[in-house]
Design a protein. Sequence first.
Lengths: 100, 234
Amino acid sequence: MKSKVIEVIYKSIDDIKDTVSNMKDVNKSKDMVLFGNKGLLDSLGLVTLVVSVEQNLQEQLDISVTLADEKAMSQQVSPFKTIDTLAEYIIKLVEDKNYA
Amino acid sequence: MHKDTTVLITGTRKGIGKYLVEHYINKGFRVIGCSRNKADYEFEKYKHYCLDISDETSVKNMFMEINKKYNRLDILINNAGVASMNHSLLTPLKTAHKIIDTNLIGTFLFCREAARLMQRNKFGRIINFVTVAVPLKLAGEAIYSASKAAVLNLTQIMAKELGDMNITVNAIGPTPVKTDLIRSIPKPKIDNLINSQSIRRFGTFEDISNITDFFIKSESDFITGQVLYLGGVT
């Protein structure tokens, strides 16, 4: 599951790399810092990535989640810190949804 | 604009919305419309959805279908709206909720979902509907006018948030136009309103499309966060 989610995040980065600054020649890896200290994305870039990830999760994996809400903001470690934290957060959201 | 230009208009079963469908079909655009009930007309390049514009699930499903079918959305015209003219002391809470849900929440949902599609192509034009009741602060229209004032603020803030995505967000503020929306308003009230305009007449459907045409033209890419009132109301 996690590897599929990470693939979706990679695809989302590919989708936005021509329109978001700092993303053009980026080498994607799980530990890539997305947002925050030393992060590649500014706030508009993060918005664009989150929208793209949500759309690709829906289209590729039929997963419908809202990534940026109060819950995301209240996490001890920001879900948007790295690709890995984002993938973990998405999986947690899906699991919470399944058990709700 | 070209033959694949895709326009989404809300509240298209009748009145201004129906007129705008015909107007943009005649320009060769692909037009998508929606209303609570079925439309009693058809065009080859027109697709109608029946939904409540304040219902998030229905709205999201419609946008998902638009994305799958057309993979683009160029223009959104948020025309759908409801009005209820009443003294604030006599306005039921249920009515207040209905007006806010349709006019504000519905407009917000469509702006949000449309901009998500538009940002992919780095192009978009969003036009919201407000009313001259906002600057005129008309007695008897407290909740309606407040809902539209909120739409105006939403327009101006979203214009800032979406500017870097090459999406413009503007608003049109019509004077009374002869549609069902003003059917229940007493004639003296309407006359009084028209007399407060610089140009004293009803607005027409053509007055509306003149402004929507202006906001969507490619040369208007430096115009965003603006409201254009008809009839010289300021």
